[in-house]
Design a protein around this ligand. Structure first.
Ligand SMILES: Nc1ncnc2c1ncn2[C@@H]1O[C@H](COP(=O)(O)OP(=O)(O)OP(=O)(O)O)[C@@H](O)[C@H]1O
Length: 244
């Protein structure tokens, strides 16, 4: 079993609240992993710690055995981890296509000057819009896309950097059933091509149908991990969710 992203004793407090409390987790590399748990159990904070958005107070995060604890987001991205956000991060007045090109272009000055590179980026952006099924919306301003379409655009944006591991924060939240189905198929296909996924999601149907490995958080730390069937039948998980 190959491990990519791992944490040991990861901890982050906000004031008196231990949002992440000594979390030791190993995700399965090459697989679809899900991180689930009740509201406020620390999933997003955990995500933010491993992607460099916030610095943990203590503990470590590593990727393929290399320490990434507290590294800035661009360094972690360069190591091969891409992420989406719970609330879409897009530029509303830019078109869908422009949204995919902005982060790439601004990455290096050289990149901006080399037209062959620009053409390659443009080709890739169009290819990814097609891949997520919104190529017909390439020239539409992002603010005029539906919320689900914006999420697909954000996924395309994450894929622009060609990350080996993709972290998705609530990809199905607020998205209509048809687009949830598309997201499910996309994750399956991208995973079959070798991409690892780590998904924070409340939609249990999506989690259970998509994941190889599910980690359940409660009060800032994992309380169970295993296949969907294993966690579904775990009394600790039922207790955390239902308080029984
Ligand atoms: N920036 C912050 N300042 C203060 N408290 C925070 C901050 N971010 C998170 N928290 C608190 O940390 C705890 C964990 O929150 P977090 O958002 O990580 O949980 P979550 O599992 O992602 O929740 P949800 O499923 O509702 O998105 C909560 O009690 C939350 O109120």
């Amino acid at each position: 079993m190959s491990t990519g992203l791992e944490t040991t004793g990861l901890t982050k407090s906000f004031g008196g609240v231990r949002a992440v409390d000594g979390a030791t987790v190993a995700f399965r590399h090459g697989k679809v992993n899900a991180l689930i748990g009740p509201n406020g159990s620390g999933k997003t904070t955990f995500f933010n710690c491993v992607t460099g958005m916030i610095k943990p107070d203590s503990g470590t995060a590593s990727y393929h055995g290399r320490d990434i604890t507290g590294r800035p987001p661009h360094r972690i991205a360069r190591a091969g981890i891409g992420r989406s956000f719970q609330l879409c991060r897009i530029f509303p007045r830019m078109t869908a296509l422009e949204n995919l090109l902005v982060p790439v272009r601004s990455r290096t000055l050289l990149g901006r000057l080399v037209s062959a590179r620009q053409r390659a980026d443009l080709d890739r952006a169009r290819e990814l819009l097609t891949r997520v099924g919104i190529e017909h919306l390439a020239d539409v301003q992002a603010r005029d896309l539906s919320y689900g379409q914006q999420k697909l655009l954000e996924l395309a944006g994450v894929l622009m950097a060609d990350p080996e591991t993709v972290l998705l924060d609530e990809p199905a939240g607020g998205v209509n059933p048809a687009l949830i189905e598309r997201i499910r198929e996309l994750v399956r296909a991208l995973n079959a091509e070798g991409r690892t996924f780590l998904i924070v999601e409340h939609n249990m149907d999506l989690v259970m149908s998509l994941s190889d490995h599910v980690v359940v958080f409660d009060r800032g730390r994992p309380i169970a991990a295993g296949t969907p069937d294993e966690v579904r039948n775990d009394p600790r998980v039922l207790e955390a969710y239902l308080g029984i």
